[in-house]
Design a protein around this ligand. Structure first.
Ligand code: AHG
Ligand code: MN
Ligand code: MN
Length: 331
């Protein structure tokens, strides 16, 4: 039998990438493998939504005052568990933990990476069968190997990310991750339980026709944002318009689509949320890194997202992100 096409699994791909670096230790591939494992477990659970008792609220609020869903907790426990029991991560921070967690076993203390994540993004979509996701960000720790990580390891500007990625639990389950060398996407083949390379070397188209924003907030946006939205709606075919509005309400799905098709995603400040809604460290930064490596841009409206120096773990930021030609007024 001749197998016509070589299928690259996530593990094979990361190990092959590693061979390009003389002093690579394999820790990053280990970390990505652990994340892939947690993603597969979350995927199984997301697919049982409606059957098992996993829909609805968990009955608690997180540190940001948001209602936590049962699946938020499940995903948080899975990602925390694999990273804690793996040997490639020295500590984590998550949307669902008030504070960072230092893994204090010997193997973890020797690890060089920390990971920040949003275990389940778009959780308001869970109960209605709309795509949700996971977002993650990896930094090299600043503290010495062999010691416990501290808050400084988690408050690094996004430009220092070593890798960032996301998983979309959608009509198929796709894991996309970026390092400085490029962005690649892997689709879960449920028959073998492996993420297989399906989108190699993703580039964000320089132009596009899609804008993604919560239109219900229109009258809470400032005048500049309102003018931009009107322009997207009114510009003529010669000016590349009119644009099409697409807004799923889980940024993983919205930005994944725009990354592949071209487009702009915005979560501007509003009257009620003057610093925006999205979290800098595990929502904005990973997507800013992925998008920039793919050729796009990401700012808070004034400043490049990746240059912002965070001052708190759950800090919020406005976000304008997407195709380079559509980002003119947000640079
Ligand atoms: P999370 O479910 O992790 O709290 O994040 C939801 C975020 C983001 O994914 C999405 O784009 C945005 O919130 C939607 O907010 P609005 O409902 O205010 O538009
Ligand atoms: Mn989120
Ligand atoms: Mn979340």
């Amino acid at each position: 039998m001749v197998i016509a096409r070589k299928v690259f699994t996530l593990d094979e791909f990361t190990i092959q990438q590693l061979r390009n670096f003389h002093n690579a230790t394999g820790e990053l591939s280990g970390l990505l493998r652990d994340i892939g494992l947690a993603a597969k477990r979350v995927n199984v659970e997301v697919n049982k939504a409606g059957l098992a008792d996993i829909l609805g609220e968990a009955g608690i609020m997180n540190v940001q005052g948001e209602e936590v869903k049962k699946l938020d907790l499940f995903a948080n426990n899975q990602f925390t568990g694999v990273l804690q029991h793996g040997i490639s991560c020295a500590g984590i921070a998550s949307e669902e933990w008030d504070d960072f967690i230092a893994f204090d076993d010997d193997a973890s203390r020797q690890s060089k990476y920390v990971c920040l994540f949003d275990p389940l993004d778009g959780s308001s979509n869970i109960d209605v069968n709309v795509s949700v996701g996971t977002i993650f960000s990896v930094y090299r720790r600043l503290t010495e190997k062999g010691t416990s990580v501290n808050l400084d390891d988690f408050l690094q500007p996004g430009i220092r990310q070593v890798a960032a990625g996301y998983i979309v639990y959608g009509s198929s389950t796709v894991l996309v991750y970026a390092t400085r060398r490029g962005v690649n996407g892997f689709t879960l083949d449920p028959s073998i339980g492996e993420f297989c390379l399906s989108h190699s070397d993703i580039k964000c188209p320089a132009g596009g026709k899609i804008y993604s924003v919560n239109h219900g907030n229109f009258y809470r946006f400032d005048k500049k944002v309102q003018r931009a939205i009107k322009k997207y709606q009114c510009c003529t075919a010669q000016q590349g318009g009119p644009y099409t509005l697409r807004y799923i309400g889980s940024m993983v799905s919205d930005i994944h689509r725009n990354l592949l098709k071209g487009g702009i995603f915005m979560y501007p400040p509003t009257r009620d949320m003057p610093h925006g809604k999205l979290r800098l460290q595990y929502e904005c930064n990973p997507f800013a890194f992925i998008t920039e490596v793919a050729g796009g841009l990401a700012t808070n409206g004034h400043q490049r997202i990746l240059d912002i120096v965070p001052t708190a773990l759950h800090e919020r930021s406005a976000l304008f992100i997407g195709s380079s030609n559509m980002m003119e007024e947000w640079k």
